[in-house]
Each structure stands twice: as structure tokens, then as C-alpha cells.
Design a binder for this molecule. Structure first.
Ligand SMILES: C[S@@+](CC[C@H](N)C(=O)[O-])C[C@H]1O[C@@H](n2cnc3c(N)ncnc32)[C@H](O)[C@@H]1O
Length: 370
């Protein structure tokens, strides 16, 4: 049993999982309309903030160098490309309106994700007429990835809900936070929730610390962070954590039917956390390297693209299958997601996309001058 826990911890720490690669029926590329909705709803806000907050006078007064942008947690790129287009075009527009057309810089975009990410699909799919030079940056974004003061604009969407690892206490059977019989904190003991919440604060702190080193003074960071309006769960609506808990219940059903061993479920927990706006704000303020220029709750229109149980199940399959295969093996995946689809279909709650009360927290941060 100890080996099961050790393996589970190891694969989440090393990032030995990724969204489903390629372009097939279960791929992230084909099943991320939910996340695409986030780019669409954020577009006018990002454009407005670049026009208001980006100090191009400071940038164009230094000897000509490329304007560097990084997307942290880009997956196979299909939602990242439109986001990078929005950002680069908004910057060009700002140069135009300030009469500095001749000074428009070259753009360089760094696409970051875990080492197991399907970067081949990303580079194959790069838009042929993009206005930037592309580079891949593999590795966990909770640590440093780029040289000091080399980055002008940081962006991340639908990725900062991923933890660097499963909180150790929830898979330690000697701990009060041991999450026996469950795979997530939803509906679990307070100790389990606290272990997740503390880990999240530490991880976001590390992310901000790393970006504070990489960003130039005055550099901007646009974060689109998946969250929940409140940690309480209502019986008449749901959020992504509730859906994840439902996957856990399918795994337990399979353990009860002898389709897999119960200890295997006990040693698995999802390394994700969905914050509330006030909690995220406090973590950012504690870091002290950034000023919060704008913070807003967005309602993701992408949720309406998931109107059937099948499409909801495949959307989460594209996200979690790699992680689940690492722990449970690929043999049980069809059965697991078949059970999950049936549970979604059997509940009127999940039939209505507007019952999904998950939120996206938009934050625009500015690197303070050192
Ligand atoms: C749901 S996808 C979002 C992808 C894309 N930003 C979008 O909006 O479609 C989350 C991405 O974050 C990546 N990710 C999670 N933890 C990470 C980490 N510690 N370092 C780098 N990337 C990470 C995952 O591998 C995944 O590709």
C-alpha cells in the first residue's frame, strides 16, 4: 500500500500527466470549448487593460528588443493561439494610437506547460500567419522558467487551479486529513479541505514569486483563474469540484464491484483546488510584488457548449484521463467514463448548463518597480 501512495505522489510531483494530446475524439483540442469560452469573455477586458495599463513609452525608450509574452499552462495551444492574438493585436493597437507605429516591436511568445504536454500538436497547429515568434518552455510553472527580468507580459488561463502535487496529508493514512474513500475535498472533512487550501496558498505564492523574478518592472500579468463563488455546495446547483467528486463516486462504485482495489482509490486524489475571489486576493496581497489593477468575476459562456451528459463527460475526460491512467491504468477508462456519463444523465441537476455556478476570476497584476 505504501508503494501505491509513493507512486501517486511521484507522478503528480513530476507532472507526469497532461491533457489528452492529439486531435482525436477524446483530445483536449476537440473538447475544450468550455475553456475557449474563457478567452472569449476575457477578450474585451484584456484589450481594455492593455490600452489603459501597458506603459509602452517605457518599453519603446529602451534599445529595440522583442516584446516577450508567456502563456503558463497552454496545453496543445488551441485556446492559447487566439489569446496570444488578442494580446499582440491589442499591443499593436496601443502603439498605433500613441503614434508609435514605427516602434512596434517583434513579438516572441513562450508556450509553457508540463513536460508531458503534447508540444508536437501545439507546434503543428501554430497559426500560419501569426505575428509572433514561438518557443516552447517545458516545466512546472510553480518555479522559475525564464531569465530574470526577461518577460513583458504573463498570461495564464484555466491552469492555476492545478496544484504542484497532491497535499501529502490527504494520502497519509496516519494523518487526520487522510481522505479515505474519496478523491477530492468536496463533501469531505475540514482537515482535508484545509490541507488543500494551505497547499494552494503555497503554490500560488511560488507562482507569483517566480513571475515576479521573470517580469520586468511595470510588466503585466493577466490571470484567468477557475474558482467557485463560495465553498458551500448547494443542492440546486453545482461546480467543477462537485463534478470531480462524482468521478470519485464512480471509482468507489467500481471498487465496491471488485473492478478495482479500494486501496487504489484511497491513494488517489486530484491535485486541483478551486479558490474564491477573496482568498485569491489575500494570497496576491501577501506576495507584495504586484499591484492589483483589476479583479473581476467572469461567467464563462463556454459552459453552455456542454449541454449533454456525453459532452460534459468528454470535457473532463480530456482533462483528467492522463492523470487517472497514471494511477489506475488505461483499461478501466472506458468503463469509468461510461459510468460517469450515466450518473450525469440520471441527474436533472447536470442537464442544465446554467446550474454550473463555477466562476472565472480575472486578475490583472502589474509588477511593482523594484
Ligand atoms: C485545462 S488546461 C488549460 C489549457 C489552456 N490554457 C486553455 O485555456 O485551454 C490546464 C493546463 O495547465 C497545465 N498545467 C497544470 N499544472 C501545471 C504546472 N505546474 N506547470 C505547467 N503547466 C501546468 C496542464 O498540463 C494543462 O495543459
Amino acid at each position: 500500500m505504501a508503494q501505491l501512495y509513493a507512486n501517486a505522489m511521484q507522478s503528480s510531483i513530476l507532472g507526469l500527466y497532461a491533457m489528452n494530446g492529439g486531435e482525436g475524439p477524446n483530445s483536449y483540442a476537440q473538447n475544450s470549448s468550455y475553456q475557449r469560452g474563457v478567452v472569449d469573455v476575457a477578450k474585451p477586458i484584456i484589450e481594455e487593460e492593455i490600452s489603459l495599463n501597458l506603459d509602452i513609452k517605457q518599453f519603446s525608450s529602451t534599445p529595440r528588443k522583442p516584446f516577450r509574452i508567456a502563456d503558463f499552462g497552454c496545453s496543445t495551444g488551441h485556446n492559447s493561439f487566439p489569446a496570444m492574438q488578442i494580446i499582440t493585436e491589442a499591443i499593436e493597437k496601443k502603439y498605433q494610437t500613441e503614434g508609435l507605429i514605427s516602434k512596434i516591436p517583434d513579438f516572441q511568445v513562450f508556450f509553457n506547460d508540463q513536460v508531458m504536454n503534447d508540444f508536437n500538436t501545439l507546434f503543428h497547429s501554430l497559426p500560419p500567419k501569426s505575428n509572433y515568434y514561438a518557443a516552447g518552455v517545458p516545466g512546472p510553472f510553480h518555479g522559475r522558467l525564464l531569465p530574470k527580468a526577461s518577460l513583458d507580459f504573463a498570461y495564464s488561463s484555466c491552469a492555476l487551479n492545478w496544484l504542484s502535487e497532491v497535499p501529502k496529508a490527504v494520502v497519509d493514512f496516519t494523518s487526520p486529513a487522510w481522505n479515505k474513500g474519496k478523491v477530492y475535498y468536496t463533501g469531505s472533512k475540514q482537515d482535508v479541505f484545509d490541507a488543500y487550501s494551505n497547499h494552494y496558498a503555497k503554490d500560488i505564492g511560488s507562482f507569483l514569486e517566480a513571475r515576479a523574478q521573470e517580469l520586468v518592472s511595470g510588466g503585466l500579468m493577466a490571470l484567468l483563474v477557475p474558482g467557485v463563488p463560495t465553498f458551500e455546495n448547494s443542492g440546486t446547483s453545482y461546480t467543477t469540484p462537485v463534478e470531480m467528486d462524482l468521478i470519485g463516486s464512480c471509482l468507489m462504485d467500481m471498487a465496491n464491484k471488485g473492478r478495482l482495489c479500494e486501496a487504489k482509490v484511497d491513494s488517489f486524489n486530484f491535485p486541483l483546488y478551486f479558490t474564491i475571489p477573496q482568498e485569491l486576493k489575500s494570497i496576491i496581497e501577501r506576495n507584495q510584488n504586484f499591484s492589483i489593477e483589476r479583479m473581476e468575476i467572469l461567467n464563462n459562456p463556454g459552459k453552455r457548449t456542454l449541454s449533454s451528459a456525453q459532452s460534459r463527460a468528454t470535457y473532463l475526460r480530456a482533462v483528467f484521463e492522463g492523470l487517472l491512467i497514471n494511477h489506475f491504468g488505461s483499461e478501466i477508462m472506458d468503463e469509468l467514463f461510461d459510468r460517469y456519463t450515466k450518473k450525469l444523465a440520471a441527474s436533472s441537476l447536470f442537464q442544465e448548463p446554467d446550474n454550473d455556478k463555477s466562476i472565472i476570476i480575472f486578475v490583472l497584476l502589474k509588477r511593482k518597480v523594484e
